[in-house]
Design a protein around this ligand. Structure first.
Ligand code: 13P
Length: 341
Protein backbone atom coordinates (compact mmCIF):
# COMPACT_ATOMS: atom_id res chain seq x y z
CA UNK A 1 0.00 0.00 0.00
CA UNK A 2 1.22 3.49 -0.87
CA UNK A 3 -0.47 5.62 1.78
CA UNK A 4 0.68 8.97 0.36
CA UNK A 5 -1.11 8.20 -2.93
CA UNK A 6 -4.25 6.96 -1.18
CA UNK A 7 -4.30 10.17 0.87
CA UNK A 8 -3.93 12.25 -2.30
CA UNK A 9 -6.94 10.55 -3.89
CA UNK A 10 -9.00 10.85 -0.71
CA UNK A 11 -8.25 14.58 -0.57
CA UNK A 12 -9.19 14.98 -4.25
CA UNK A 13 -12.53 13.28 -3.54
CA UNK A 14 -13.37 15.99 -1.01
CA UNK A 15 -11.64 18.92 -2.77
CA UNK A 16 -13.13 22.32 -1.79
CA UNK A 17 -16.39 23.01 -3.64
CA UNK A 18 -16.67 19.45 -4.95
CA UNK A 19 -18.49 16.29 -3.93
CA UNK A 20 -19.34 12.80 -5.10
CA UNK A 21 -22.13 11.64 -7.40
CA UNK A 22 -23.48 8.31 -6.14
CA UNK A 23 -24.70 6.75 -9.40
CA UNK A 24 -24.26 3.19 -8.16
CA UNK A 25 -27.88 2.09 -7.86
CA UNK A 26 -28.19 -1.66 -8.28
CA UNK A 27 -30.32 -2.81 -11.24
CA UNK A 28 -33.20 -3.37 -8.81
CA UNK A 29 -32.98 0.13 -7.33
CA UNK A 30 -32.61 1.97 -10.66
CA UNK A 31 -35.66 0.06 -11.92
CA UNK A 32 -37.67 1.53 -9.04
CA UNK A 33 -36.43 5.04 -9.93
CA UNK A 34 -37.26 4.48 -13.63
CA UNK A 35 -40.70 3.06 -12.78
CA UNK A 36 -41.46 6.38 -11.07
CA UNK A 37 -40.82 8.26 -14.34
CA UNK A 38 -42.38 5.59 -16.58
CA UNK A 39 -39.14 4.53 -18.19
CA UNK A 40 -38.41 0.89 -18.91
CA UNK A 41 -35.16 -0.17 -17.23
CA UNK A 42 -32.99 -1.86 -19.85
CA UNK A 43 -29.23 -2.07 -20.22
CA UNK A 44 -29.46 0.65 -22.85
CA UNK A 45 -31.80 3.01 -20.97
CA UNK A 46 -29.59 2.74 -17.90
CA UNK A 47 -26.55 3.51 -20.06
CA UNK A 48 -28.26 6.43 -21.82
CA UNK A 49 -29.33 7.95 -18.52
CA UNK A 50 -25.91 7.69 -16.92
CA UNK A 51 -24.16 8.90 -20.06
CA UNK A 52 -26.36 12.00 -19.90
CA UNK A 53 -25.09 12.72 -16.37
CA UNK A 54 -21.42 12.04 -17.15
CA UNK A 55 -21.59 14.33 -20.21
CA UNK A 56 -22.89 17.26 -18.11
CA UNK A 57 -19.72 19.25 -18.71
CA UNK A 58 -20.07 22.10 -16.25
CA UNK A 59 -21.37 19.92 -13.40
CA UNK A 60 -18.72 17.26 -13.85
CA UNK A 61 -15.81 19.67 -14.25
CA UNK A 62 -16.68 22.15 -11.53
CA UNK A 63 -18.72 20.40 -8.86
CA UNK A 64 -18.17 16.64 -9.02
CA UNK A 65 -14.95 15.11 -7.70
CA UNK A 66 -15.84 11.47 -8.24
CA UNK A 67 -18.59 9.13 -9.42
CA UNK A 68 -19.58 5.86 -7.75
CA UNK A 69 -20.50 3.31 -10.41
CA UNK A 70 -22.37 0.02 -10.30
CA UNK A 71 -20.66 -3.07 -11.74
CA UNK A 72 -22.74 -3.00 -14.94
CA UNK A 73 -21.85 0.65 -15.63
CA UNK A 74 -18.11 0.38 -15.15
CA UNK A 75 -17.97 -2.05 -18.10
CA UNK A 76 -20.35 -0.08 -20.35
CA UNK A 77 -19.47 2.15 -23.31
CA UNK A 78 -21.18 5.41 -24.31
CA UNK A 79 -23.25 5.45 -27.52
CA UNK A 80 -20.12 6.52 -29.48
CA UNK A 81 -18.06 3.64 -28.07
CA UNK A 82 -16.10 5.60 -25.44
CA UNK A 83 -16.02 3.70 -22.14
CA UNK A 84 -18.15 5.55 -19.56
CA UNK A 85 -15.14 5.42 -17.21
CA UNK A 86 -13.15 7.47 -19.76
CA UNK A 87 -15.93 10.10 -19.95
CA UNK A 88 -15.65 10.54 -16.19
CA UNK A 89 -11.86 10.75 -16.28
CA UNK A 90 -11.94 13.23 -19.17
CA UNK A 91 -14.10 15.57 -17.08
CA UNK A 92 -11.45 15.51 -14.36
CA UNK A 93 -13.53 13.39 -11.95
CA UNK A 94 -12.40 10.11 -10.40
CA UNK A 95 -14.22 6.84 -11.16
CA UNK A 96 -15.25 4.73 -8.18
CA UNK A 97 -17.10 1.46 -7.76
CA UNK A 98 -19.67 0.01 -5.38
CA UNK A 99 -18.26 -3.35 -4.34
CA UNK A 100 -20.72 -4.62 -1.75
CA UNK A 101 -23.23 -7.17 -3.00
CA UNK A 102 -26.24 -5.90 -1.08
CA UNK A 103 -27.71 -7.03 2.21
CA UNK A 104 -28.90 -10.34 3.63
CA UNK A 105 -30.96 -11.24 6.70
CA UNK A 106 -28.72 -11.48 9.76
CA UNK A 107 -29.23 -14.89 11.41
CA UNK A 108 -30.46 -14.65 15.00
CA UNK A 109 -31.40 -10.98 14.63
CA UNK A 110 -34.95 -10.71 13.26
CA UNK A 111 -35.43 -7.63 11.06
CA UNK A 112 -31.72 -6.86 10.80
CA UNK A 113 -29.30 -7.05 7.89
CA UNK A 114 -25.66 -7.66 7.18
CA UNK A 115 -23.89 -6.60 3.99
CA UNK A 116 -22.28 -9.30 1.85
CA UNK A 117 -19.54 -9.27 -0.79
CA UNK A 118 -16.26 -10.07 0.97
CA UNK A 119 -15.71 -13.40 -0.81
CA UNK A 120 -13.42 -12.93 -3.81
CA UNK A 121 -13.33 -9.16 -3.14
CA UNK A 122 -9.53 -9.01 -3.52
CA UNK A 123 -9.75 -10.37 -7.11
CA UNK A 124 -12.66 -8.08 -8.00
CA UNK A 125 -10.78 -5.01 -6.72
CA UNK A 126 -7.85 -5.86 -8.95
CA UNK A 127 -10.08 -5.91 -12.05
CA UNK A 128 -11.80 -2.66 -11.07
CA UNK A 129 -8.44 -0.96 -10.54
CA UNK A 130 -7.31 -2.04 -14.03
CA UNK A 131 -10.52 -0.55 -15.44
CA UNK A 132 -9.78 2.79 -13.74
CA UNK A 133 -11.52 2.74 -10.35
CA UNK A 134 -9.51 4.57 -7.69
CA UNK A 135 -12.04 4.39 -4.87
CA UNK A 136 -14.78 2.03 -3.75
CA UNK A 137 -17.92 2.01 -1.64
CA UNK A 138 -19.46 -0.47 0.80
CA UNK A 139 -22.77 0.30 2.50
CA UNK A 140 -23.86 -1.19 5.81
CA UNK A 141 -27.50 -0.67 6.79
CA UNK A 142 -28.64 -0.16 10.39
CA UNK A 143 -32.32 0.27 11.13
CA UNK A 144 -33.74 1.97 14.21
CA UNK A 145 -36.75 0.27 15.80
CA UNK A 146 -38.17 -0.20 19.27
CA UNK A 147 -35.54 -2.81 20.15
CA UNK A 148 -33.19 -2.21 17.22
CA UNK A 149 -30.38 -2.10 16.39
CA UNK A 150 -28.85 -5.02 18.29
CA UNK A 151 -25.20 -4.94 19.34
CA UNK A 152 -24.77 -7.96 17.07
CA UNK A 153 -25.89 -6.06 13.97
CA UNK A 154 -23.66 -3.10 14.79
CA UNK A 155 -20.68 -5.36 15.41
CA UNK A 156 -20.91 -7.62 12.35
CA UNK A 157 -21.52 -4.70 10.01
CA UNK A 158 -18.59 -2.72 11.45
CA UNK A 159 -16.40 -5.81 11.12
CA UNK A 160 -17.35 -6.26 7.45
CA UNK A 161 -16.78 -2.57 6.70
CA UNK A 162 -13.28 -2.79 8.16
CA UNK A 163 -12.51 -6.05 6.28
CA UNK A 164 -13.59 -4.34 3.05
CA UNK A 165 -11.60 -1.17 3.81
CA UNK A 166 -8.41 -3.11 4.53
CA UNK A 167 -8.77 -5.09 1.27
CA UNK A 168 -9.32 -1.85 -0.70
CA UNK A 169 -6.21 -0.20 0.69
CA UNK A 170 -4.14 -3.32 -0.09
CA UNK A 171 -5.39 -2.95 -3.69
CA UNK A 172 -4.46 0.78 -3.76
CA UNK A 173 -8.14 1.82 -3.76
CA UNK A 174 -9.58 4.40 -1.33
CA UNK A 175 -12.49 2.90 0.63
CA UNK A 176 -15.62 4.93 1.26
CA UNK A 177 -16.83 3.51 4.56
CA UNK A 178 -20.62 3.88 4.67
CA UNK A 179 -22.46 2.80 7.81
CA UNK A 180 -25.97 4.11 7.08
CA UNK A 181 -28.39 4.52 9.98
CA UNK A 182 -31.75 4.73 8.19
CA UNK A 183 -34.06 7.73 8.65
CA UNK A 184 -37.21 5.70 7.90
CA UNK A 185 -38.47 5.17 11.45
CA UNK A 186 -40.58 7.19 13.88
CA UNK A 187 -37.67 7.88 16.26
CA UNK A 188 -36.65 11.37 17.33
CA UNK A 189 -33.37 13.11 16.50
CA UNK A 190 -31.76 12.24 19.85
CA UNK A 191 -32.29 8.53 19.26
CA UNK A 192 -30.64 8.95 15.84
CA UNK A 193 -27.75 10.72 17.61
CA UNK A 194 -27.34 7.88 20.09
CA UNK A 195 -27.50 5.04 17.52
CA UNK A 196 -25.25 6.81 14.99
CA UNK A 197 -22.69 7.46 17.72
CA UNK A 198 -22.65 3.79 18.73
CA UNK A 199 -22.35 2.70 15.09
CA UNK A 200 -19.47 5.09 14.32
CA UNK A 201 -17.59 4.24 17.52
CA UNK A 202 -17.79 0.54 16.72
CA UNK A 203 -16.82 1.16 13.09
CA UNK A 204 -13.68 3.11 14.03
CA UNK A 205 -12.80 0.52 16.65
CA UNK A 206 -12.91 -2.21 13.95
CA UNK A 207 -10.98 -0.03 11.49
CA UNK A 208 -8.21 0.33 14.07
CA UNK A 209 -8.18 -3.37 14.93
CA UNK A 210 -7.86 -4.24 11.24
CA UNK A 211 -5.11 -1.65 10.67
CA UNK A 212 -6.93 0.52 8.17
CA UNK A 213 -5.03 3.78 7.56
CA UNK A 214 -7.49 6.56 8.36
CA UNK A 215 -5.62 9.02 6.11
CA UNK A 216 -6.53 6.84 3.13
CA UNK A 217 -10.31 6.55 3.57
CA UNK A 218 -13.48 8.63 3.36
CA UNK A 219 -16.39 8.30 5.79
CA UNK A 220 -19.92 8.37 4.34
CA UNK A 221 -22.34 8.71 7.25
CA UNK A 222 -25.97 9.69 7.66
CA UNK A 223 -26.74 13.03 9.25
CA UNK A 224 -28.23 13.15 12.74
CA UNK A 225 -31.84 13.76 11.84
CA UNK A 226 -35.44 13.02 12.98
CA UNK A 227 -37.02 9.80 11.73
CA UNK A 228 -39.25 10.47 8.71
CA UNK A 229 -42.36 9.34 10.57
CA UNK A 230 -41.72 11.43 13.68
CA UNK A 231 -44.25 14.26 14.02
CA UNK A 232 -41.55 16.64 15.26
CA UNK A 233 -38.96 17.32 12.58
CA UNK A 234 -35.79 18.94 13.90
CA UNK A 235 -34.79 22.32 12.42
CA UNK A 236 -31.90 22.75 9.99
CA UNK A 237 -29.85 24.35 12.79
CA UNK A 238 -30.49 21.46 15.18
CA UNK A 239 -29.55 18.85 12.56
CA UNK A 240 -26.34 20.74 11.79
CA UNK A 241 -25.37 21.30 15.41
CA UNK A 242 -26.05 17.72 16.54
CA UNK A 243 -24.42 16.12 13.49
CA UNK A 244 -21.22 18.13 13.98
CA UNK A 245 -21.16 17.47 17.73
CA UNK A 246 -21.56 13.72 17.15
CA UNK A 247 -18.93 13.60 14.38
CA UNK A 248 -16.41 15.54 16.45
CA UNK A 249 -16.87 13.00 19.23
CA UNK A 250 -16.46 9.96 16.98
CA UNK A 251 -14.37 10.71 13.87
CA UNK A 252 -10.59 11.12 14.24
CA UNK A 253 -9.05 14.18 12.59
CA UNK A 254 -6.79 11.87 10.53
CA UNK A 255 -9.79 11.08 8.29
CA UNK A 256 -9.42 13.49 5.32
CA UNK A 257 -13.10 13.87 4.56
CA UNK A 258 -16.69 13.11 5.35
CA UNK A 259 -19.13 12.85 2.43
CA UNK A 260 -22.74 12.47 3.53
CA UNK A 261 -25.45 10.30 1.99
CA UNK A 262 -28.81 12.00 1.43
CA UNK A 263 -30.85 9.02 2.65
CA UNK A 264 -34.28 10.17 1.49
CA UNK A 265 -34.06 13.84 2.48
CA UNK A 266 -35.63 16.32 0.07
CA UNK A 267 -33.22 17.95 -2.39
CA UNK A 268 -33.37 21.27 -0.56
CA UNK A 269 -33.02 19.76 2.93
CA UNK A 270 -29.90 17.87 1.85
CA UNK A 271 -28.34 21.13 0.59
CA UNK A 272 -29.55 23.22 3.57
CA UNK A 273 -28.20 20.77 6.15
CA UNK A 274 -24.78 20.45 4.49
CA UNK A 275 -24.49 24.22 4.15
CA UNK A 276 -25.45 24.84 7.79
CA UNK A 277 -22.81 22.34 8.94
CA UNK A 278 -20.10 23.97 6.87
CA UNK A 279 -21.29 27.34 8.18
CA UNK A 280 -20.31 26.22 11.69
CA UNK A 281 -16.70 26.09 10.48
CA UNK A 282 -13.49 25.11 12.25
CA UNK A 283 -13.81 21.44 11.33
CA UNK A 284 -10.92 18.98 11.25
CA UNK A 285 -12.13 17.30 8.04
CA UNK A 286 -13.58 18.41 4.69
CA UNK A 287 -17.36 18.03 4.80
CA UNK A 288 -19.17 17.42 1.51
CA UNK A 289 -21.83 15.38 -0.29
CA UNK A 290 -21.95 11.90 -1.77
CA UNK A 291 -25.58 12.06 -2.78
CA UNK A 292 -27.62 9.66 -4.87
CA UNK A 293 -31.25 10.70 -4.74
CA UNK A 294 -30.62 14.35 -3.79
CA UNK A 295 -28.55 14.81 -6.97
CA UNK A 296 -30.55 12.62 -9.33
CA UNK A 297 -34.26 12.94 -8.55
CA UNK A 298 -34.51 16.26 -10.47
CA UNK A 299 -32.57 15.18 -13.59
CA UNK A 300 -34.48 11.88 -13.72
CA UNK A 301 -37.76 13.76 -13.79
CA UNK A 302 -36.57 16.30 -16.36
CA UNK A 303 -35.18 13.55 -18.63
CA UNK A 304 -38.05 11.04 -18.34
CA UNK A 305 -36.33 8.71 -20.79
CA UNK A 306 -36.64 11.01 -23.83
CA UNK A 307 -33.67 11.91 -26.03
CA UNK A 308 -35.10 15.40 -26.60
CA UNK A 309 -34.94 16.02 -22.84
CA UNK A 310 -31.22 15.33 -22.42
CA UNK A 311 -30.33 19.02 -22.20
CA UNK A 312 -33.09 19.65 -19.63
CA UNK A 313 -31.85 16.65 -17.61
CA UNK A 314 -28.29 17.96 -17.69
CA UNK A 315 -29.49 21.39 -16.65
CA UNK A 316 -31.35 19.93 -13.66
CA UNK A 317 -28.31 17.87 -12.67
CA UNK A 318 -25.98 20.86 -12.99
CA UNK A 319 -28.27 22.92 -10.80
CA UNK A 320 -28.32 20.36 -7.98
CA UNK A 321 -24.57 19.82 -8.26
CA UNK A 322 -24.02 23.58 -8.02
CA UNK A 323 -26.34 23.94 -5.03
CA UNK A 324 -24.50 21.17 -3.19
CA UNK A 325 -21.12 22.62 -4.18
CA UNK A 326 -22.20 25.89 -2.57
CA UNK A 327 -23.42 23.92 0.46
CA UNK A 328 -20.02 22.26 0.79
CA UNK A 329 -18.63 25.79 1.19
CA UNK A 330 -21.41 26.87 3.57
CA UNK A 331 -22.76 29.27 0.92
CA UNK A 332 -26.09 27.72 -0.13
CA UNK A 333 -29.18 29.93 0.24
CA UNK A 334 -32.84 29.01 -0.30
CA UNK A 335 -33.46 31.87 -2.73
CA UNK A 336 -30.83 30.49 -5.13
CA UNK A 337 -33.19 27.56 -5.74
CA UNK A 338 -36.03 29.71 -7.02
CA UNK A 339 -33.83 31.78 -9.31
CA UNK A 340 -32.65 28.71 -11.20
CA UNK A 341 -36.05 27.01 -11.58
P1 13P B 1 -28.63 8.55 -1.24
O1 13P B 1 -27.96 9.90 -1.26
O2 13P B 1 -29.80 8.43 -2.17
O3 13P B 1 -28.90 8.07 0.16
O4 13P B 1 -27.59 7.52 -1.86
C1 13P B 1 -26.28 7.57 -1.46
C2 13P B 1 -25.72 6.23 -1.44
O5 13P B 1 -24.71 5.97 -2.04
C3 13P B 1 -26.41 5.19 -0.65
O6 13P B 1 -25.60 4.07 -0.52
Amino acid sequence: MNLADLNKIALAMVAPGKGILAADESSGTIKKRFDAINVESTEQSRRDYREMLFRSGEAMRQYISGVILYDETIWQDAADGTPLVRLIEQSGAIPGIKVDEGTQALPGCPGELVTSGLDRLAERLKKYYERGARFAKWRAVIDIGEHLPSMTAIHVNAHALARYAALCQAAQIVPIVEPEVLMDGSHDIDRCYDVTQRVLNKTFQELRVQRVALEGMILKPNMVISGKKNAKQASVEEVAEKTIRMLKACVPAAVPGIAFLSGGQSDEDASAHLSAMNGIGNLPWQLTFSYGRALQAAPQKAWSGKAENVVAGQRAFTHRARMNSLASRGEWKADLEKKAA
